[in-house]
Design a protein around this ligand. Sequence first.
Ligand SMILES: CC(C)(COP(=O)(O)OP(=O)(O)OC[C@H]1O[C@@H](n2cnc3c(N)ncnc32)[C@H](O)[C@@H]1OP(=O)(O)O)[C@@H](O)C(=O)NCCC(=O)NCCS
Length: 409
Amino acid sequence: MREAWIIDAVRSPRGRGKPGVGSLSHIHPQRCMAQVLNGLKDKVGFDPADIEDVVAGCGSGSGDHAHDIARMSVLDAGWPISVTGVTLHRFCGSGQQAVNFAAMGVMSGQQEAVVAGGVEFMSRYSPIHANGFHANNEHLLKLHPQVPQGISADLIATIEGFSREDVDRYAVESQRRALASIEGGYFKNALVPIYNDDGSLALDRDEHPRPGTTLESLEGLKPSFEGMGAAQVDGYPKPFDEMAKDKYPDIDRVIHVHHAGNSSGVVDGASAVLVVSPDYAKAHGLKPRARIRQAATAGTEPLIMLTAPGPAAQRCLDKAGMTKNDIDLWEINEAFASVVLKFMKDLDVSHDVVNVDGGAIALGHPIGATGGMLIGTAVDTLERLDKSTALVAMCTGGGMGTATIIERM
Ligand SMILES: CC(C)(COP(=O)(O)OP(=O)(O)OC[C@H]1O[C@@H](n2cnc3c(N)ncnc32)[C@H](O)[C@@H]1OP(=O)(O)O)[C@@H](O)C(=O)NCCC(=O)NCCS
């Protein structure tokens, strides 16, 4: 099979995902994605007419994210009308899946040049879906009861024995690393500043990180999902904590340890990665930065939901004929602190090589955009640290995990 090469990867800054507060929140998601597409085009210097498809992940299919946001962003960017766009949904793994599909298209010989990434403006909706991931399907609710992801994160901490101090300590380190990478200018290579329609600058830096986060500053934060776990929500048979106990009868109760400071930040943003065939790169004088070696997914129990990054990463390694010892750096999405703690425990990987630039706890997790952002960060960090191989993995709604192995070139 031929190779799929990453020529470059860019992203918008992550703006705080609160309407009127976040510096991107007044911009339409299509406009932001369009500016990121043009940022990639200008940085690399490719002809957009060559792009056979733009694959965008998006975790919301309604409101301002409705329909095919990939094609609408292509049109908004002023790219030729011959360039198609497709939008896909794998919950939080949508953007990573977009890159994986782009790689598959190129590796199979069906496509030469594809742009993949995603977009999400969380300021435009609540990430806690009122009608649940089962979307009001009573049959599915009985077969596979599912709860909001914050309850799942707390359930992981309860079962694994991660204390409030464990998850807070992880979050403090995420903030410290993100700040060091911001101060070191390490994200600048990938950042595409986002402008308002009048040409003024909207945002050119990540605005979610909180410098000065310490164990003490987190101590006073109340668990965010305790009330939600105890409440009887319409359309559900029982409060969420009771549903979790029914599925995991060995626990006495769900211990709520996650809060605003150790959960992924609610933010707005977009990402784009150029994936091409070796023939295309050579014909256009493009220097590849990395190859996509392998992609994989895995499914686990959907109520606990967020435990599949480990199995997805393991499957990805197995399919590539590699072991964890072949991986220099790991980007594991910080959906919640317990997700990464469990991943490191499952695969017995040291925090020293996981999320070395911090992650979504500090920087934010713009659902559909994050996978493209993590892959871009992995490419930048491999180069900066002179390493060879990175594995990116994410947990997703519905109890799935996505994984990608990339190799620096
Ligand atoms: C956990 C969550 C509900 C918190 O939301 P929120 O309450 O709106 O969060 P905020 O950013 O407003 O922060 C709440 C408080 O915590 C404080 N805080 C947040 N981070 C902090 C930090 N690092 N240090 C100190 N204080 C902090 C804020 O200052 C704020 O206090 P204030 O109200 O006095 O200003 C939200 O971040 C969330 O849902 N995250 C997960 C998103 C998700 O599920 N994504 C999908 C993953 S699978």
